[in-house]
Design a binder for this molecule. Structure first.
Ligand code: SF4
Length: 386
């Protein structure tokens, strides 16, 4: 029995169809065997929930947050989600004020669906809007239109959702700064509690990458993407959103508690295909293929594909890479207390060089990336890979 709290991530990997840029662990539902295969997957997920809840590491662990991610969790019937949450409640002590998020995509939710999810216990909805430009949505190969995005937002509010995140993407081939500013304007009109924005990363082998290689789409433009990020920083700050993490903005009191657990380098349990976990200096991940995941569980085997114990220097590096994403940065003493060595002991040269170059600030024992360098934060974070 442990009293050490945890955060749960559950992966629901099915989508209506694959988006042109997507290399996440997800599959078009029809290609993966349709609803019968999704149901078999869910039954396997129930078994993994049971096994982990009874394990020495997690038995009795209070759960502070639950995140249902994907994929598109909302293409499954809401009563399946309710079943899953009931299962979790029976197996883990969910804290009474646990944050329970579900990812949803426009075109897969209406007011009734969202109302059913809220009454099942979901209290935060993360909507994959990406853009309010139909042209941009088409480039991304999204299944929804900007009109459907607006409908989904209205449906969420009408159903009583009081904690709404909108996911946006920028730096998309052919996207203009004006189109991006227009998306920001529509986003502010929706008054979400939280906004996440990500620069498009073109992954090899995706249809989008092939279209760029074939000359059917222009390549991404880093300078333009930088202008878009800066425009978002300015517009969202003016509208009262706190830029609390490189890619995330929130109204006061609405920061994502689940993701803050990751960025604080605290422990979490991932369940389902491809899900990652971290507990007691060990990290592991499950097999990414939903069919293989289901089959392994069916054979009485844990679905773990890889597990590794981290060395002290890897722990320090990983903690830096996560905590430096936050506006507040991290205290060197905290890293030393949790990992056994301080950043200055493991990465003395890197820390010194980054501070001299203005990429990192070290003040009163706190390390942080100055906001004007967040756009190029990868330059800082990759120095701590061991
Ligand atoms: S909805 Fe998300 S997970 Fe599904 S295909 Fe599109 S980008 Fe990938």
């Amino acid at each position: 029995m442990t009293t050490h709290p945890t955060a749960l991530y559950l992966h629901l990997p099915f989508c209506l169809r694959k988006c042109a840029y997507c290399d996440f662990a997800s599959a078009a539902l029809e290609d993966a065997g349709g609803m019968p295969a999704a149901r078999r997957y869910l039954e396997a997920l129930f078994i993994e929930v049971d096994c982990r809840a009874m394990s020495d590491e997690f038995y009795g662990a209070p759960v502070r947050t639950v995140y249902l991610g994907g994929g598109t969790p909302t293409i499954l019937p809401p009563d399946w989600t309710a079943e899953l949450l009931t299962r979790l409640r029976h197996r883990f002590p969910l804290e009474p004020d646990a944050e329970i998020t579900i990812e949803a995509n426009p075109g897969t939710v209406d007011e009734d669906t969202i109302a059913a999810l809220l009454s099942a216990g979901v209290n935060r909805l993360s909507l994959g809007v990406q853009s309010f430009s139909d042209e941009v949505l088409q480039t991304l190969g999204r299944v929804h239109s900007s009109g459907e995005a607006r409908e989904a937002i209205s449906a969420a509010r009408a159903a009583g959702c009081a904690n709404l995140n909108l996911d946006l993407m920028f730096g998309i081939p052919g996207q203009s700064v004006e189109q991006w500013k227009d998306t920001l304007r529509h986003t502010l009109d929706a008054e979400p509690e939280h906004i996440s924005l990500y620069a498009l990363s073109v992954e090899p082998g995706t249809p989008l990458s092939c279209s760029i290689s074939a000359g059917d789409l222009p390549a991404t433009d880093d300078d333009l993407a930088a202008d878009m990020y800066e425009a978002a920083q300015e517009v969202l700050a003016r509208a009262g959103y706190e830029h609390y993490e490189i890619s995330n903005f929130a109204r006061a009191g609405s920061q994502c508690r689940h993701n803050r657990i990751y960025w604080a380098d605290e422990e979490y349990l991932g369940l389902g295909a491809s899900a990652h976990s971290f507990r007691g200096q060990i990290r592991w991940n499950n097999n990414a293929d939903p069919g293989v995941y289901t089959e392994w569980i069916g054979r009485g085997r844990l679905p773990v594909a890889r597990a590794e114990a981290l060395s002290v220097s890897e722990r320090v590096g990983e903690m830096l890479m996560l905590t430096l994403r936050r506006a507040e940065g991290v205290s060197s003493d905290e890293i030393a207390a949790r990992c056994g060595l301080s950043p200055e002991e493991v990465f003395s040269e890197e820390v010194e060089r980054l501070c001299q170059g203005g990429m990192l600030l070290a003040e009163d024992g706190i390390l942080r990336i100055p906001p004007e360098k967040w756009l190029v934060s990868n330059e800082v974070l990759r120095r701590f890979v061991r």
